[in-house]
Write a protein that binds this ligand. Structure first.
Ligand SMILES: [Fe+2]
Length: 200
């Protein structure tokens, strides 16, 4: 690609190069939310190992949770829109599972390997639940900067407050984590994606 230079004279032009798209959809009042919560109540959950965090997930044997809920279609549409917005080839939803964090629950910094974009859908989060925090992917190459204030160029991380019905889509390579949850319940349905064209 070539940077667009303003025609004619100008004093300054900003080029925020190589941005990372995190996209948030509000799918509030989706009828699947109640189905998802009822589904969890019938499942045996496994507690996370300490190095992952403090919380529980649905079984490793059932990694296609989204297939059980009508909201899958809506989420697929959002994933398609994300791909169009950034210029990615079409993606299919792969593994999906549910995470539950109670009070003080958290998840350590991680990324979703072997996936292209990942999503976190929130069928239920109590108000004042902990935000989803993304770490800056461009800190690594920076060597000597002294940052006076957090801007989109200098921030170490970016927090997203989440609400029931939010869907957050992000590149799977983007590290993220949560801090200890102040609320009593914070439920996330997470999923990964893959390029169908490569899956032959
Ligand atoms: Fe994650």
């Amino acid at each position: 690609m070539k940077a667009q230079i303003v025609d004619g004279p100008f004093r300054k032009a900003n080029y925020p190069l190589f941005p990372t798209l995190v996209q948030v959809y509000d799918l509030q009042d989706n009828p699947s939310n109640i189905d998802i919560i009822n589904y969890i109540d019938e499942q045996e959950l496994s507690e996370w190992p300490k190095d992952i965090g403090d919380g529980s997930s649905t079984s490793q044997n059932e990694m296609n949770i989204l297939d059980n809920f009508d909201i899958k279609k809506d989420i697929e549409n959002c994933v398609n829109e994300y791909c169009i917005d950034v210029g990615l080839d079409k993606l299919e939803i792969g593994k999906s599972w549910i995470n539950i964090q109670r009070q003080k629950g958290y998840i350590a910094r991680h990324r979703h390997e072997l996936s292209i974009i990942s999503g976190a859908y929130y069928p239920f989060v109590e108000p004042n639940s902990s935000p989803l925090v993304f770490g800056s992917p461009i800190l690594g190459p920076k060597m000597g900067e002294i940052h006076n204030q957090a801007t989109e160029y200098t921030a170490n991380e970016m927090e997203f407050d989440v609400r029931t019905g939010f869907l957050v889509l992000f590149p799977s390579w983007l590290y993220h984590y949560t801090i200890p949850n102040p609320s009593l319940k914070r439920v996330t349905l997470s999923f990964n994606t893959y390029h169908k064209t490569l899956d032959k």
